[in-house]
Design a protein around this ligand. Sequence first.
Ligand code: B1M
Length: 512
Amino acid sequence: MANDVSNLIVYHEIFSCEKVYEPEKAWMDIQTHDYFEISMVIAGNGINCVLDQAIPCKVGDIFITPSNIPHRFFLENEIETLTVRQLRFFPDKDDSVSEKLRYCNGLFKDGSVTAYAMLNKSMFEKIRSLFDTIEKEISEKRQSWQNAVSSNLLLMLIDVERYIDSSIKNISSVSPKEWSVVLTAIEIIKNNCSNADLTLGSISETIGISKAHMSRIFQELTGKRFTEYLRSVRIEYSCRLLRESELTIEEIVKECGLRDLPSFYKNFNSHMGMTPNEYRQSTKLTHGKTNKNSNIFKGEKIMVLLCDISENLQKGKAKIVKELVQQAINEGADPNQILNDGLLAGMSVIGEKFKNNEIYVPEVLVAARAMNMGAQILKPYLAANGVVATGKVCIGTVQGDLHDIGKNLVKMMMEGKGLEVVDLGTDVSPEMFVQTAIEQNCQVICCSALLTTTMGVMEEVVKAAEAAGIRDKVKIMVGGAPVSQEYCDEIGADCYTVDAASAADAAVEFCK
Ligand code: B1M
């Protein structure tokens, strides 16, 4: 039995909730983790906030929450109490099994099951084998609990702590087997650092261990995060190339498996205390390719600034981002470059980390705020010169979708082209788009969507415009990460553009 448990890495905790649920602020507190949890309410009652749903919970309720769902338990009010018993499982390597093999388990509440969790098959089997045995052992003693919830999982939760004994690995101690895993990873990094596709995910897959597990033991053993370590190996390699080769900086960046010039400049600077060109000159082994022209250093300064923008955006430091954007403009950086290589580069790192559960909703939100504030500074500089276009459009993020950064950029670019833009915000219903277009005489309706689950609303906007009899008077533009030209054609919208600048150009054409 104990063997079964030790194959999973399990945390067990009983905690009392302290935070009172505040609908307006809950999103700031909910978090995603890299483990999945089975939680049982063992005393009191309260709220389990899962994504944007506030689910009332009481003694005996069980929630299974997978690793990528932001959630948190709250008190309903100050006088209530809520105590939760929680098991956390780190998905083992079998977590990489295909979606098809995943079993859907769920939230067991009053006998009903609402799916929230995707457990993989092997994990499910292990859990099941556990509670079968436990159920047999304790069914007589725990009659009252059985009455509370008719779920075998409950039985597992009640006494599973007995099986989590000292023989089971402590989460913070790393076994010899894990040592060898990390050493293998280091070997792979050193031998393949010029491969741009080398990531925590690819190495974990090669070794056959989950990404979350690799990330944890790597940091525990090396004292460095995986990405930090990989970066330092690449910088060391770039130093060698700067010293010994005639490659240009761009070529070196590529050769070192790096894609992004600004962050190379920035990282190089913080590792070596000088810019790559300065380093090359200082080694006196340059081969005539290095130009002492101060423009190189000016360019390097801008690169470092762009990287600072990206990094501070990732940390959510909105005020600093604003200042840095202004500084980059003063240094003569191209506003589009500031947008793409500074702000959007930072946002794309945030997106990647968010996807990999390295950061959670609150971090993404503060980064989004910094992005919006930086973009505000850029706004007048992004506006096209000598703008004469006129016309009126309405724009919004479709119903069910709260992402507004892309929509705000599109709005900004359109205003830069001289168009009047009615901003409907986020979570906009098809009716609201159409009603606004009618009441405000808009020539174009612009719909943005970032979720695959909400892009379908765009089709409803097209249908609502048809039903209202304005389809021939108004153009419908669609965009956002999951949207494509194919989808635009399929739903009968008029135009899809991939980014904000081309959206503005297209809207100007429609308004002519
Ligand atoms: Co969320 N989110 N998010 N998120 N979020 C994504 C979109 C996601 C890809 C992250 C991931 O898991 N990898 C994923 C969607 C998966 C999918 O459906 N395919 C996701 C998810 C799942 C969620 C939640 C459901 C759950 C969660 O928390 N895990 C939840 C949903 C809430 C809701 O909307 N109901 C959620 C919540 C949030 C935050 C609130 C935390 C925050 C939004 C804050 C805000 O917008 N104020 C957030 C963010 C910031 C992101 C990521 C990290 C960044 C999105 C962004 O702003 N990109 C995103 C991951 C990613 O994209 N890598 C992610 C920068 C922006 C400039 O790009 O909007 O694409 P974009 O705009 C582009 C183009 O698409 C185009 O122009 C812009 C560039 O010039 N464009 C148009 C946009 N609209 C256009 C309209 C046009 C033309 C072009 O014509 C009309």
